[in-house]
Design a protein around this ligand. Structure first.
Ligand SMILES: [Zn+2]
Length: 132
């Protein structure tokens, strides 16, 4: 059984939007800083005027690993690509990248977001932009 994230008060709204099939990024209304992970205060200026704005869903692979031995719940998926994705809006997040061919995974690979069902929740994943 694969785990799903357990939202905190700071992250509940962000995960709720993911469950609705929408990737958002927190944005500070005072200094325009966009950041992840989601939190109630802007990490740049300390403002509490934070809103969730729609992300384009596009990004690039900043770094990745081909995991040949997944942890519990993911072992049957191995080998798979786990990557640090830099979103078009700037913030980065860790996610699986679904590739047909593991050798196609590379730094700067353009990717787009997709969502996969996991129980009654959704999980963010990415696919190469050329197959989207
Ligand atoms: Zn700010």
């Amino acid at each position: 059984m694969k785990p799903v994230a357990q939202p905190t008060p700071d992250t509940q709204a962000w995960f709720d939007r993911i469950d609705q099939g929408s990737l958002t990024v927190p944005r500070c209304q005072d200094c325009d800083h966009r950041f992840l992970y989601p939190r109630m205060c802007c990490p740049a200026c300390g403002s509490r005027a934070v809103e969730l704005v729609q992300a384009s869903g596009r990004g690039v692979v900043d770094s990745f690993v081909v995991n040949h031995r997944g942890p519990q719940g993911f072992a049957e998926d191995a080998p798979y690509v786990l990557a640090l994705i830099r979103l078009e809006e700037g913030p980065r997040l860790m996610a699986h990248v679904q590739v047909e061919d593991l050798t196609s995974a590379r730094v700067d690979l353009p990717v787009v977001v997709t969502f996969t069902e996991r129980g009654d929740r959704r999980v963010v994943q990415f696919i190469p932009a050329e197959v989207a």
